[in-house]
Design a protein around this ligand. Structure first.
Ligand code: C2E
Ligand code: CA
Ligand code: CA
Length: 669
């Protein structure tokens, strides 16, 4: 019993197929090609034996057997021809089929052997010889067809050749015994050769599979590397590089398909103060939260990328409502974020440009969405705008402005006007603000807001500032000692050590006492590079120059900045004066007055246009004011005349009197 069990185990292990899935699948593929040939060979050989034994053997053994075999062969040929090649993951199916083939080779081999031995009882020497030849060539043919399945070849060979040899030995026929022995030996050698060739087949399949696996691994790695190179580590969104290459690709598709496409640039508002106040770690998490909220608010087909800093980019598919999307994003990002236990409110402004109207290249579309963003920000922070015809006209006029400014003779075309700053109680002029003017030889008068922005863009700000300062100092030197000078510095000036050094040099060389001078800076200009701006402010203050924060209330109005910055004065923006006669407006101004008192900062209110405003301002404690009610900006000559008249009116009338000022203005004008 145990011997039988051992034999079964040996047979099982011997019949065991390779474990490697790719080898099984390859064996199956080879078999699929060779099995139809094998069945054809068997059938042809059987038909030949049937033919030679037709007249000597019973019909059931000749035509009966070959007819039945013909049906079986046809069925197997059709079966193998209809099978398809298997994939690696279908190796179980391959193993099952290979096993069936091994068993079938044993069954068919036994069937053929019995048939041959039964036929061997009929006919003469020639017929016996044919049977021997039939057994030999059929087994050799099978061995060749099973070159990739040696288990089936060996099973078939053993099942046929061993009993065949024993049969002739038992019959005592020396010639046929020798032939059977010969067939047995040849087949044994062939099986051995077959096993060697199968081993190299197996090795080559395993090696090819290993190479393919390595290749797949390399591909996965390089895909991952490419993904990382295109991903922003902080937010997990695509980065700037991906944004531009994807925009290029989508734009090419849009051009080819005749479809539309829009580009968006989003810039976070108030991100910098949040970052500075709460720290960079919170700032980083806030940016990640912004990324998530953006993804949540745009459609699945819109690409959202982080372009750098607090700037995000969008690529919007053809059929989207771009303006609606812009408004929705600004609204969504304006809602508070909960980060690290803090409720933080920022906001966002957006600029959009659509293909083909706004541009036809990546560069044009991006520039124009950036231009639309700039306009959205200047019109109303927290809004979005789509690049339009109006923007196009504006770009053209900007270009002509740039050309005119580049070619301008700054020494003759630039000049300075002065607007007085008065004490609201005494009506006495305490200072004058110098305001730059440009009368272009090509364009005529250009507003300072426009030419200063253009000069900043062209990198010409330093020469313009120094030119205007030189003129302001020269004019100012002629004014009475009691009056101070306020001069505006741009964002580029205050963060540029070389400009600050040259400004100080100009002042040192002039006859004006630095203590009479105040420089006005806006909050946004300080924010552009806080550290550099603080250095600039310190350098100015070391010389005794005072520094004012201009347009207070229009920027971030961050109290921490007001406390941290080394300031002397605050100039409250004229938008606050407009509402001064409403209780809410009055309360805000009163609060700012109180704040400045606490922080020991001098307060000047700008843009006073009516007597009613002035009275309300006096009531809340504003002691210094500037505005058209007193005087518009004027040349130094006009100012001198105006001051003379003002002196007269202020001594005659200690409190402000509208009529007298109007008269003075008329006289001065
Ligand atoms: P700003 O520094 O806030 O200057 C005050 C602006 O308000 C001036 O306009 C002035 O003419 C105007 N203004 C004064 N009182 C009233 C009023 O009662 N009602 C109204 N509606 N406006 C009033 P301006 O001269 O057109 O200057 C505009 C801006 O251009 C300035 O705003 C300043 O930011 C910039 N700017 C002007 N000159 C210079 C300069 O020399 N250098 C620099 N960097 N910027 C300058
Ligand atoms: Ca100013
Ligand atoms: Ca101002």
């Amino acid at each position: 019993m145990s011997k039988i069990g051992w034999n079964a185990a040996v047979w099982r292990s011997w019949l065991a197929l390779p474990k490697e899935p790719e080898v099984l699948v390859a064996q199956y593929g080879a078999l699929k090609r060779q099995m139809p040939l094998l069945y054809t060979l068997i059938f042809v050989n059987t038909a030949a034996v049937t033919y030679t034994h037709w007249s000597v053997a019973p019909k059931w053994l000749t035509i009966g057997f070959s007819g039945l075999l013909g049906v079986v062969c046809a069925w197997r040929i059709v079966f193998w021809m209809r099978t398809t090649n298997l994939q690696r993951n279908e190796y179980c199916k391959a193993r099952h089929q290979l096993r069936r083939t091994i068993y079938l080779s044993a069954v068919l081999g036994s069937g053929f052997l019995i048939w041959s031995l039964l036929l061997d009882h009929y006919g003469g020497t020639a017929e016996h010889g044919h049977i021997a030849l039939f057994v030999a060539v059929t087994v050799i043919g099978c061995i060749f067809c099973f070159v990739e399945l040696p288990q089936a070849a060996t099973t078939g060979t053993l099942v046929v050749t061993v009993p065949y040899l024993l049969y002739y030995v038992s019959r005592g026929n020396a010639v046929f015994t020798a032939m059977a022995l010969n067939i047995f030996l040849v087949n044994t050698v062939m099986i051995r050769v077959l096993c060697n060739s199968f081993m190299s087949f197996k090795t080559s399949i395993i090696a090819t599979a290993a190479v393919a696996a390595k290749q797949r691994e390399t591909e996965i790695l390089s895909t991952e590397n490419a993904r990382l190179a295109h991903t922003d580590a902080l937010t997990g969104l695509p980065n700037r590089r991906f944004f531009f290459s994807e925009l290029g690709r989508r734009l090419a598709d849009a051009k080819e398909g005749g479809s539309r496409l829009s580009v968006g640039v989003l810039d976070l508002d108030r991100f910098k103060p949040v970052n500075d106040t709460f720290g960079h770690a919170l700032g980083d998490r806030l940016l990640a939260a912004v990324g998530e909220r953006l993804l949540h608010n745009v459609g699945a087909r819109t690409v959202v990328a982080r372009l750098g800093g607090d700037e995000f980019g969008l690529i919007i598919p053809a059929d989207s409502d771009v303006e609606g999307l812009g408004a929705a994003i600004c609204e969504a990002l304006g809602q508070p974020f909960e980060v690290d236990g803090h409720s933080v409110t920022i906001g966002c402004s957006g600029g959009f440009a659509s293909f083909p109207e706004a541009g036809t290249t990546v560069h044009e579309l991006f520039d124009r969405s950036d231009y639309a963003l700039y306009h959205a920000k200047s019109a109303s922070v927290g809004s979005s705008s789509l690049f339009s015809l109006e923007h196009e006209t504006r770009i053209r006029s900007d270009r002509s402005l740039e050309t005119a400014l580049r070619e301008a003779d700054l020494a003759t075309e630039l000049y300075v006007v002065f607007q007085p700053i008065l004490c609201t109680r005494t009506n006495v002029v305490t200072a004058v603000e110098a305001l730059g003017r440009w009368r272009s030889a090509v364009l005529g008068d250009v507003s300072p807001e426009r030419f200063i922005v253009t000069a900043e863009r062209l990198g010409m700000m330093q020469s313009i500032t120094l030119n205007l300062l030189g003129k302001a100092l020269a004019d100012f030197a002629t004014l009475p000692e009691s009056i101070g000078l306020s001069f505006n510095l741009s964002a580029h000036d205050i963060v540029s050590p070389s400009t600050i050094a040259k400004v100080l040099d100009h002042i040192n060389k002039s006859t004006v006492d630095p203590k009479r001078i105040a420089f006005e800076l806006t909050e946004t200009s300080v924010m552009s590079d806080y550290d550099a701006a603080v250095m600039g402010i310190r350098a100015l203050r070391e010389l005794g120059i005072r520094v004012a924060l201009d347009d207070f209330g229009t920027g971030y109005s961050s109290l921490s900045y007001l406390r941290q910055l080394p300031l002397d004065k605050v100039k409250v923006d004229r938008s606050f004066v407009t509402d001064i006669n409403k209780p809410s407006g009055r309360n805000i101004v009163a609060a700012i007055v109180g704040l400045c008192r606490t922080l020991q900062l001098e307060l000047i209110i700008e843009g006073v246009e009516t007597e009613g405003q002035l009275i309300a301002l006096q009531a809340v404690g504003c002691s210094l004011a500037q505005g058209y009610l007193f005087a518009k900006p004027m040349s130094v000559a006009e100012l001198t005349l105006w001051c003379a008249g003002q002196e007269f009116s202020s001594t005659a009338l200690p409190q402000y009197n509208v009529e007298s000022t109007s008269r003075t203005l008329l006289r001065a004008g």
